[in-house]
Design a protein around this ligand. Structure first.
Ligand code: CP
Ligand code: NVA
Length: 305
């Protein structure tokens, strides 16, 4: 594994090996065991969109691994004034040991990896959010044990989160069901993977059907970053796709609820369901730190160090 551009690129073994290392790093941090595995290394973090969790967990994670992280807002970089990604990638590869990018087009992170010579980590694009879903899988495994055969249900927009959950869930042997309104389906390449991978995959319009028998119910905002102007029309399109008490009654009793955050209470999730599952949701947020540290170690650590 040279980069983390999307979960479609990773094997099942690679995903589990990241999750295992994440568990170990979490254990070590809880027990005060230092792990300076990336001492002297620098991660660049390019942000074209806002972030709380991704920025802070990567920066803190690099520090805990003995390295350093640089926050690079596209507003301040020449890339924001039109310098091509091909040139930025070749320059930054000479200063940094790795780069994390949060942007709009998936092609941009793919191009950075193609033209640069350092590991590239996708910190969210319009297409996918692999770091988040690694943390989600870690959280599910921590709470309910082995993933194989468990049912993961996503309700809402067929966006970056849905795309990564489909791939991550199916690659780890979970049954995956998705409910979205008709015009908001997941990405075609992801649906093709889901049909051809030999796993249990269901795409529904009815959220109750999708949630039936689920062990984990997941949602995300109805208007992602960059879609602010569609907010009113999206509020209407998604009104029947809320995670609330009636919907949770269709899931298995004791089912988990996850949300990548930020959450909009009263829209994709009710306040009472959010608060009833706050323990899981904030553990999920914490696990961003551990899962990403595992990714950083896998990608940046040099043999023999
Ligand atoms: N879930 C997530 O990626 O959060 P941020 O947008 O705050 O980074
Ligand atoms: N789908 C959301 C996820 C935020 C972490 C967005 O892209 O804005």
């Amino acid at each position: 594994m040279k980069h983390l551009l999307k979960l479609l690129d990773l094997s099942t073994e690679e995903i589990f090996s990241i999750l295992d290392l994440a568990d170990q790093l979490k254990y070590e941090r809880k027990h005060g065991i230092a792990h300076p595995l990336l001492s002297g290394m620098t991660l660049g973090m390019i942000f074209q969109k806002s972030s709380t969790r991704t920025r802070v967990s990567f920066e803190a994670g690099m520090y805990q691994l003995g390295g350093h992280a640089l926050f690079l807002s596209s507003r301040d970089l020449q890339i924001g004034r039109g310098e091509p990604v091909q040139d930025t990638a070749r320059v930054l590869s000479r200063y940094l040991d790795g780069v994390m990018i949060r942007t709009y087009a998936q092609q941009e992170v793919e191009d950075f990896a193609k033209f640069g010579s350092i590991p590239v980590i996708n910190g969210l694009t319009d297409f996918c959010h692999p770091c988040q879903v690694l943390a989600d899988l870690m959280t599910i495994r921590e709470k309910i044990g082995p993933l194989k055969g468990r049912k993961l249900c996503f309700i809402g927009d067929g966006n970056n989160m849905a795309n990564s959950l489909i791939v991550g869930g199916l690659k780890t042997g979970m049954e995956v069901s998705i409910a979205t309104p008709y015009g908001y389906r997941p990405n075609e390449a992801v649906l093709t993977f889901a049909k051809e991978c030999g796993g249990q995959f269901f795409l529904e319009s009815d959220p109750f059907l999708a949630a039936s028998g689920a062990d984990v119910v997941i949602t995300d905002t109805w208007a992602s970053m960059g879609q602010e102007s569609e907010k009113e029309e999206r509020l209407k399109a998604f009104k029947d796709y809320q995670i609330n008490a009636q919907l949770m009654a269709a899931a298995n009793s004791g089912a988990m609820v996850l949300h990548c955050l930020p959450a909009y209470r009263g829209q994709e999730i009710t306040d009472s369901i959010f608060e009833a599952h706050a323990g899981e949701i904030f553990e999920e947020a914490e696990n961003r730190l551990h899962a990403q540290k595992a990714v950083l170690v896998k990608l940046l650590k040099k043999e023999g160090k």
